[in-house]
Design a protein. Structure first.
Length: 169
C-alpha cells in the first residue's frame, strides 16, 4: 500500500492509518487491523515519512520530496514479490505509475486517474489500483463519485482476499 504521508495524529502515534481514515481504508479492503498491520501480509509505504505540516487552508501539505528521493526506491527494492499496490492519493499514483512508464495515466487529476482503474490494473506487475485518500475530507468526493464504492471497492476486496490470509471482517 502506498499512501501520501502521515497526518498529524498518525505522526504522533507512529502507527500508520491509526485514525478514522484507517478504519475506512480497512473497510474498503475488508480486513481486520490484525491483518492490516501484519507485515508478512501488508506493506505500508508512504510517499513521505513525516507529517509535512498544514497549508494556509488547514489541509495537509504534500509529502516532502526529499523523503521519497532519499528512501523510497531503497525500501521498494526490499519489498520483493509485490503483486499489487494500492496507490492512495495523487502523489502515490503519479510516482508508481511513472515507475512503470505509465505516468500518462496519472494525468488529469485524481478523479481521472481513479476512473482509469480498470485500464491501469491491466498493466503490471505490480498491478496498481488507484484510490482516493480515505480521509473524511473526501466524503464529498465519495458522494459525488459513487462508482468508486460500487465498482472499485469490490475489486479491492477481491484482490486483498487473494493476496492475504484474511477471510474478511
Amino acid at each position: 500500500m502506498a499512501g501520501q504521508a502521515p497526518g498529524a495524529r498518525v505522526h504522533a502515534s507512529g502507527k500508520p492509518y491509526d485514525d478514522p481514515s484507517g478504519i475506512r481504508l480497512r473497510s474498503w479492503m475488508n480486513i481486520t487491523p490484525d491483518v492490516f498491520y501484519d507485515r508478512s501480509q501488508v506493506a505500508i509505504l508512504p510517499m513521505g515519512f513525516c507529517f509535512p505540516g498544514y497549508d494556509e487552508k488547514g489541509a495537509d501539505r504534500p509529502p516532502r520530496p526529499e523523503c521519497r528521493q532519499k528512501w523510497h526506491e531503497q525500501v521498494m527494492a526490499l519489498l520483493l514479490g509485490v503483486e499489487t499496490i494500492l496507490a492512495i492519493g495523487q502523489y502515490a499514483q503519479a510516482f508508481h505509475l511513472a515507475r512503470l512508464g505509465l505516468g500518462h495515466l496519472a494525468e488529469g487529476g485524481l478523479t481521472a486517474t481513479v476512473a482509469r482503474w480498470a485500464v491501469i490494473g491491466t498493466h503490471a506487475p505490480p498491478r496498481i489500483i488507484p484510490l482516493p485518500h480515505p480521509s473524511w475530507r473526501n466524503n464529498g468526493w465519495l458522494k459525488k463519485n459513487t462508482w468508486f464504492e460500487n465498482e472499485i471497492v469490490p475489486e479491492i476486496r477481491k484482490e486483498v482476499a487473494r493476496l492475504t490470509k484474511s477471510k474478511g471482517l
